[in-house]
Design a protein around this ligand. Structure first.
Ligand code: PDD
Length: 284
């Protein structure tokens, strides 16, 4: 594989950043995880907009247009002959030894790395091994006025500590400071109750997932009632269906929440999760 590092395609084994890069030193960086389906980046505009919002929050000016960034991604995909792929785009505040205060004149470090990822969903095999076991953890998704939860930065310690806390589950459910469900360590969470769809609102400490947004659009198209609000983890345990979303997983069913099996009512024909998964598949 070849990755794109600072404007050049280099073999993966030589794709390195310097130890005095601020992304390494301080996590001073913005990123996006994307997917290419059939050679096209899914929801590029939405990812580009979120990246811009992250850079604004960090006051990180990189001087590259959306078109420049996309052409680096496209070049990387072509160089590796990939059409269905996982793509990660990272922009750090660059190589600046010494001090914490950034020098605005230093060039950012821009990295694109890719990996083959066959199409999931109904057409291929999902990326995940099976339905998730969701487990509420004590680590909180605390909003931070300086770095909002909506910013996708290299600082993932919140999610990492949450994952390390897992006892038997494989995805952590982080709550906000008042104990309401916020999101997974790397995913947004949804539940279905009596045919309606519920998800924590993004005015709480929740990353506004692109997959989340697409799912909400599909629900609107399908006439599935939607409510965005604040919910206790208990609501999820009692739900008819629970699922997680992110770019790589797409829609991933949840088999249990805190050890409580999520049991679908077989008397109900319509399964919103099935409907939404099918619709998502048609969009990619
Ligand atoms: N993460 N919430 C968190 C904390 C996340 O890290 C992610 C995605 C999401 C879902 O966002 P999206 O649907 O835009 O992928 C929600 C990616 C997959 C990652 O960590 O690489």
């Amino acid at each position: 594989l070849r990755y794109h590092v600072d404007g050049e395609l280099v073999p993966a084994s030589r794709a390195t950043v310097r130890v005095d890069d601020r992304g390494f030193r301080y996590g001073d960086a913005a990123f996006e995880t994307l997917r290419a389906y059939g050679g096209t980046i899914f929801e590029w505009d939405a990812h580009a907009a979120r990246l811009e919002a992250t850079c604004d929050a960090l006051e990180l000016t990189h001087g590259l247009s959306r078109a420049d960034l996309l052409s680096r991604i496209d070049e990387t995909l072509s160089a590796n002959d990939l059409s269905d792929a996982y793509v990660r785009l990272s922009i750090t505040r660059g190589v600046q030894p010494g001090k914490l205060t950034p020098d605005p004149d230093v060039d950012p470090t821009v990295v694109v790395y890719v990996g083959s990822l066959p199409r999931g969903g109904l057409e291929g095999n999902p990326v995940w091994d099976g339905p998730a076991a969701l487990e509420t953890v004590d680590t909180r998704r605390i909003p931070n006025d300086a770095v909002p939860a909506s910013a996708k930065t290299h600082n993932y310690l919140n999610g990492i500590l949450a994952r390390q806390e897992l006892e038997s589950g494989d995805e952590a459910l982080l709550c906000d400071g008042e104990g309401y469900a916020a999101e997974g360590a790397t995913s947004n969470v949804f539940f279905v109750e009596d045919g309606a769809l519920y998800t924590p609102a993004t005015d709480g400490p929740v990353l506004p997932g692109i997959t989340r947004r697409v799912v909400l659009e599909c629900a609107a198209d399908a006439g599935i009632p939607v409510e965005e609000g604040r919910y206790r983890p208990e609501r999820l345990r009692d739900a008819d269906r629970v699922f997680l979303t992110n770019t790589t997983w797409e829609l991933r069913p949840v088999a249990s929440v805190d050890g409580v099996a999520i049991e679908r009512d077989d008397r109900v024909d319509d399964d919103p999760l099935e409907t939404l998964s099918r619709m998502y598949d048609e969009r990619v």
